[in-house]
Ligand binder design. Sequence first.
Ligand code: SF4
Ligand code: SF4
Ligand code: FES
Length: 262
Amino acid sequence: MTTAATGYIAKFKVWRGDTEGGALEDFEVEVNEGEVVLDIIHRLQATQAPDLAVRWNCKAGKCGSCSAEINGRPRLLCMTRMSVFTREETITVTPLRAFPIVRDLVTNVGFNYQKAREVPSFVPPQDLGPGEYRMMQEDVNRSQEFRKCIECFLCQDTCHVVRDHEDNKEAFAGPRFLMRVAELDMHPLDDAAEQGLDRKATAQEEHGLGYCNITKCCSEVCPEGIKITDNALIPLKERAVDRKYDPLVWLGNKIMRRGQDT
Ligand code: SF4
Ligand code: SF4
Ligand code: FES
């Protein structure tokens, strides 16, 4: 098994195919100390499979493009060290299961861009000019956690609501974009409500917040360690429920609506 003092030969199964179908292909490939799975995929391209398709850019865990599944778990190829596997095990690399195949390890993640477009962006406060925005540090920290997102879509891929249920995709934005709604809804300077946009209502009625049953699988695969469920989805659910069932909120909304009607 061992070939040299620094290297060994590993067994890989890599999914090859396109929109017409495909299968796992077996490879034996050299591995050297300190390498990550993306290095091995590149070595396969260089030595055995020059047409193997894989998407990547930074090789530093920051661009979010090398997402795939390794032994069935959504991961970044460039951040998965070969040392986490034993030398004997066969490592299986497959494309993200929740999105349509383009070729080999490359999927069409357009679903996510479509969902991104459906979330209205930050609404600047009308009574403050540039440079006049002030926020409490704890509000800044909350936003900053969510802003660490590298848009790798591993959370979207792992979420059971869409992973095996293609027909849920239309009604469900997925954890990454519900997190975006949560961030904006909790943003102290977002003026959406004053301008007639109820982000809590859209979370439930347009982005499918009710489909999420807080299993936390999304948080478990996030390479940035964002606590998607605890810090974004659960607070958003609580705020949305308060909005719906709090009698004072209900009364306030009713009075406001009456005021707008007159
Ligand atoms: S916590 Fe919600 S969004 Fe996250 S994986 Fe589970 S169901 Fe999906
Ligand atoms: S929240 Fe985490 S897992 Fe989801 S897209 Fe952003 S970085 Fe990736
Ligand atoms: S290549 Fe950029 S995150 Fe892996």
